[in-house]
Design a protein around this ligand. Structure first.
Ligand code: PMP
Length: 398
């Protein structure tokens, strides 16, 4: 665990933590939806708007050149963090946008698409938007057994598109096992839920593409990335949008497209957000992730132990190793009532289907409560959550 002093210092980097909600100190346990932002990222955003505020690329004046330099520096930082080259790191507005570029590129190419039952809607609906007749080979999720493979029958020309961690349960996907059953030609890793927890090269480069959002790794909203394993993978992508910056030559007869990542980044990008994303990577680089992960795991284990003592509380996903997320229901109560009451105790959790309706259906619930942890959370916050749940349980079940 992190010592009290060190934790206090880490927490001081996050100004949003230093506030009261309904008169009580905020316990922010909604990190899987969006993590908070450290001072250095906020400072990078302010610096851009105060000093370098101009459009990128093609500008010959000082501010535009500075903005371009900072935008491209941010790309290099992000690429390096994830173990790809800047030439194969596309800035997107987030995971959803990245998934839609992929679906736009591959949904109509006749691949058999393999997904898990716990996928986020970004990895289901995006395929259906780009191919209304899309069918899936689904790796079922079973509460007792975890992911189940013996019913999976996948042809070799398949495309695997899976999350690293299920946002509905926190379950870590068993990649080794998946690769025993599927030998995909193309593989996509939705990294949205793992990026907050330290360095991830996208599973030792076995994946062809990786998708992620900066707001889940202490960066700004509205920015993320689509990582490509190599230039061939990049060149296989079709532009999702046409417009400025993504072209080579335009005429009314025909248009040729730019080479490289520019082809996938039409229009004025989220410049400040990209720079803030780079600052988030700088922030993460300075941290001791072995120690922070141990702290996060200890928090999750403690929360699991403590919450399971609350009468009528059922926790999901316990059959698998989990990361960052505790998903549960409280018998005889409605999840949104519980979440609203938790807010009155200053505790922020998420409730609902977590954009994973097929998973909820397989769990036999319409939604769950989800407490999700970052390294800046504390044992005291878990204790407060437990105490509040005991009180709420008594109130609602009386
Ligand atoms: N995939 C997973 C596993 C997620 O948890 C999320 C966000 N909840 C997304 C995709 C979508 O991310 P965004 O909304 O940032 O595009």
């Amino acid at each position: 665990m992190i010592g009290a002093l060190e934790l206090r210092e880490l927490r001081e980097e996050f100004p949003a933590l230093n506030q009261k909600v309904h008169g009580l100190p905020l316990a922010y346990l909604d990190n899987a939806a969006s993590s908070l932002t450290p001072r250095s990222v906020i400072a990078a955003l302010v610096h851009f708007y105060e000093h370098d505020r101009a459009n990128v690329h093609r500008g010959l004046h000082t501010l535009s050149m500075r903005a371009t330099q900072r935008y491209e520096d941010a790309r290099s930082k992000v690429a390096q963090w994830f173990g790809v080259t800047p030439e194969t790191c596309i800035f997107t507005s987030g995971t959803t946008h990245a998934m839609n570029i992929l679906a736009n590129s591959f949904a109509m190419r006749g691949h058999d698409i393999v997904v898990s039952e716990s996928e986020h809607h970004a990895n289901i609906a995006s395929w259906q938007v780009h191919n209304p007749n899309q069918s899936f080979h689904v790796i079922p999720f079973d509460e007792e057994k975890g992911y189940v493979f013996n019913t999976l029958d996948v042809p070799s020309e398949s495309l695997l598109s899976i999350q690293s961690v299920a946002n509905g349960t926190g379950a870590m996907l068993p990649f080794e096992k998946i690769y025993e059953y599927v030998s995909p030609r193309i593989s996509i890793l939705d990294m949205a839920q793992s990026v907050a927890h330290g360095p991830t090269d996208f599973y030792e480069n076995k994946f062809t593409y990786g998708t992620l959002s900066a707001h889940k790794m202490y960066g700004p909203t509205g920015i993320g990335a689509l990582l490509c394993q190599d230039e061939n993978a990049l060149n296989a992508l079709r532009p999702l949008m046409g417009g400025g910056d993504m072209i080579d030559r335009v005429s009314f007869r025909e248009t040729s497209f730019a080479k490289g990542v520019a082809r996938l980044e039409a229009g004025t990008p989220a410049i400040a957000n990209a720079i803030g994303f780079g600052a988030a990577v700088d922030f993460m680089k300075e941290l001791d992730w072995a120690k922070l992960r141990a702290h996060e795991n200890a928090l999750l284990t403690y929360a699991d132990e403590q919450l399971s003592l609350v009468p009528g509380l059922h926790i999901f996903g316990r059959s698998l190793k989990r990361q960052g997320v505790l998903s549960f229901v409280l018998e005889g109560t409605h999840t949104s009532d519980v979440a609203t009451l938790l807010d009155r105790f200053g505790i922020a959790v998420r409730t609902g289907h977590h954009c994973a309706q097929p998973l909820m259906e397989s769990l036999g619930v319409s939604g769950t409560l989800r407490a999700s942890f970052a390294f800046y959370n504390s044992i005291e916050e878990v204790d407060r959550l437990k105490k509040a749940l005991v009180k709420i349980s008594k109130m609602l079940r009386a």
